[in-house]
Design a protein around this ligand. Structure first.
Ligand code: GMT
Length: 376
């Protein structure tokens, strides 16, 4: 099939997922057209079946807010017609679903063809941004106009029905991970540089938005390192980083914590890590946690949103109530003090991650696409 993928090209989970999906579909022989404002972060390999179309938003002094959605819709129209796309798959409803709806109408008007579009809901498009009154009517409309709707967890599906008047079925298709990519041997020199005395290594990765509660990561680490020697790696960047750095300085932990910035080689960092911390206020799924598990790293996460669908309490890691630092630190200490237990959790985390392996999930998307295939 000829598939158009629309996503945010950033380090965010929805963009990562969309890019990995596109790459896997291309390997299966589909022609995949990415339509975004920048080359997606993980679109870093050559494949003859992958095409990239940049959405350009012309600058004009009148535009205090450049109309990205219109530029996207127009680019979609061009690409659909020029490459005779069979369908569009848009990731993150805002503004991609409404842009796809607009493009669909224009293509129908121009060519008579009805090009289906699938909307995959990822999380904040529903739970934070989408239910804001400013966007709600457009989000509800464009989700309902989608030819198929998917959500990345049962929790997100329920949240969507709770907050929006959705009249169609929402299919849950879990996020996935390429297990082989995360099957890395630790680089000894790197491990030594981070933890010279063989300290345990905690890691957190996110976009450092408020919803991630990055200061909780620091507080969990602070309490844990009082009991067991350990180090903390903070991967990513975003608005909460200064507050987080301030908290670290106040606690006098500057030498124990390293900020790694945005990283494309997350697998190398995970390969030396012992525990992944994700204390989020909400996660529809927690792709970063799944990637950690694929790298044999157990997860200490809040029990918010879809996290319990990914992280199995007392098996692949531990769950705690949002903000319950004491319980979280208690669990980290438990794992770090007992090597045998930690090894068991590492293995269980990996085994559970296998159930989300890319090979299990891609056929589900293909089956969905086939419902709209023109080839019969
Ligand atoms: O986590 C973020 O803030 C980024 C966001 C995104 O859309 O890129 O992530 C959301 O989608 C990911 C992929 O489906 C999920 O794994 C994340 O849990 C979800 N984030 C939230 O729900 C906060």
């Amino acid at each position: 099939m000829r598939i158009g993928i629309v996503c945010y090209p950033t380090f965010g989970g929805s963009g990562v997922l969309a890019t990995e999906l596109g790459k896997a579909l291309a390997q299966e022989g589909h022609a995949v057209h990415f339509i975004t404002y920048r080359q997606p972060v993980r679109l870093n390999e050559f494949n003859a079946n992958i095409f990239y179309h940049e959405v350009r938003v012309p600058e004009y002094p009148l535009f205090e807010y450049p109309p990205y959605e219109l530029a996207l819709s127009s680019t979609l129209v061009d690409v659909i017609i020029k490459y005779d796309l069979d369908l569009l798959h848009v990731h993150y409803a805002i503004p991609h679903a409404s842009a796809a709806y607009m493009a669909k109408q224009i293509v129908k008007e121009k060519t008579g063809r009805d090009v289906p579009f699938i909307t995959t809901l990822h999380g904040t498009d529903i739970t934070l941004v989408g239910k804001d009154k400013t966007y709600e009517p457009v989000v509800t409309f464009s989700i309902n106009e989608s030819d198929a709707i998917t959500a990345v967890s049962n929790n997100l599906r329920e949240e969507t029905y709770k907050y929006f008047n959705i009249k169609k079925d929402i299919q849950v298709i879990y996020n996935f991970v390429d297990i082989n990519r995360f099957d890395k041997k630790p680089i000894d020199a790197f491990k030594k540089a981070v933890a010279p005395k063989g300290e345990k290594i905690m890691v957190h990765a996110s976009n450092f938005r408020k919803v991630k509660r990055v200061c909780d990561v620091v507080r969990i680490f602070a309490a844990t390192q009082k009991e067991v020697p350990c180090k903390l790696l903070m991967v990513g960047d975003g608005p909460e980083r200064p507050v987080c750095e301030e908290a670290i300085n106040k606690l006098g932990l500057e030498n124990e914590v390293r900020f790694m910035g945005k990283q494309e080689q997350m697998e190398e960092i995970l390969a030396i890590s012992d525990l992944f911390i994700l204390p989020s206020e909400y996660e529809s799924f927690g792709l970063a946690a799944l990637e950690a598990m694929a790298a044999h790293v157990p997860v200490l996460s809040s029990n918010a949103g879809g996290l319990p669908e990914v992280n199995i309490d007392a098996k692949t890691g531990f769950l705690f109530n949002v903000g319950d630092i004491d319980t979280a630190a208690e669990k980290a200490i438990l794992l770090f003090k007992d090597d045998q237990l930690l090894e068991q959790f590492k293995e269980d985390a990996y085994q559970h991650a296998l159930t989300f392996n890319i090979n299990n999930i891609i056929p589900i998307y293909e089956k969905l696409y086939n419902r709209f295939c023109r080839c019969g």
